[in-house]
Design a protein around this ligand. Structure first.
Ligand SMILES: [Zn+2]
Length: 282
């Protein structure tokens, strides 16, 4: 990607190196010692236990900072986020509405979110409760391990999470959650798949416009994005985990489906082409 001389977003919050979560005031010294003992016996991380006992919801810590200069990975993330802002600001404006920009939180290990304790092990995620994308940069190594390397693979992942933000601010996410509350596990999983595929399609829409406006894409970038989409397909993840592929347990879609929807957004450049629900007859 040609990203070096592009605008950086002011919506990146850097929580790396912060100790999280903060300990709540609800646990006395006795409680903390007890947890330390239980953690020792169970071989668990005491901080994780404290957050379970102390309750992990609530607003994120207030202290936030922008990434320092000379931090290429953080700068790259910031450029990608800025590019998603430019693209979605203009697409929303064209549709006669206003885009509410999300914040991207960089963290290491774990961090407090309105959706509970965010942990690096879960990979990048979007929390609808605080409208923030959470990214632990160590995930980038993980992505590489899963067979998706390169800067555009990372950009695809960020654009996908921003896709979930769009689902939130347009009301799709709430509609889906509401339907899921009335459905069984299997149908509920199917709806999750449609949400994920739509976010992939939105990532493609972003890539389409980012390339037109900023000439961002280089030879091989699309292939990187497609490889990333394929490597985070449920069938691939299940195989990597040594399990048999079970389509009814899918919540993100197969590698082929993810690549297909990313490609659709990329080719059309239109969010209207991302109606995964309509196409599935929902
Ligand atoms: Zn997703």
């Amino acid at each position: 990607m040609r990203w070096q001389n592009q605008r950086r977003s002011s919506n990146v919050e850097d929580r790396r190196g912060q100790r999280a979560p903060r300990m709540g005031g609800r646990l006395g010294l006795g409680g903390l010692i007890l947890i330390a003992i239980i953690a020792f016996v169970l071989g668990e991380n005491p901080l994780a236990l404290i957050s379970q006992v102390g309750g992990s919801s609530g607003p994120a810590p207030a202290q936030a900072s922008q990434p320092a200069a000379n931090d290429p990975a953080a700068e790259f993330v910031s450029v990608v986020l800025a590019s998603t802002e430019d693209v979605w600001n203009s697409l929303f404006a064209n549709a006669g509405s206003r885009y509410q920009e999300p914040t991207l939180v960089l963290y290491s290990g774990m961090t407090q979110t309105a959706c509970g304790l965010g942990q690096a092990a879960t990979g990048p995620f979007y929390c609808p409760g605080d409208l923030q994308v959470y990214l632990d940069l160590s995930f980038l190594n993980e992505l590489e391990r899963m067979g998706a390397s390169g800067d555009f693979a990372v950009a695809y992942v960020i654009a996908h999470e921003v896709g979930h933000h769009i689902q939130r601010i347009t009301g799709t996410e709430q509609q889906v959650r509401e339907m899921q509350s009335r459905l069984g596990q299997r149908q509920s999983n199917q709806l999750s798949v449609l949400m994920e595929l739509q976010a992939d399609c939105f990532a493609g829409v972003w890539a389409h416009h980012a390339d037109q406006a900023q000439n961002l894409l280089e030879q091989g970038d699309i292939e990187e994005g497609l490889r990333a989409a394929a490597s985070v397909g449920d069938d691939h993840l299940q195989k990597m985990a040594g399990r048999a592929v079970q389509p009814e347990a899918f919540t993100h879609g197969t590698s082929a489906q993810r690549m297909e929807w990313f490609r659709r957004g990329l080719q059309s450049g239109s969010a209207n082409s991302c109606d995964t629900f309509g196409e599935a007859g929902v």
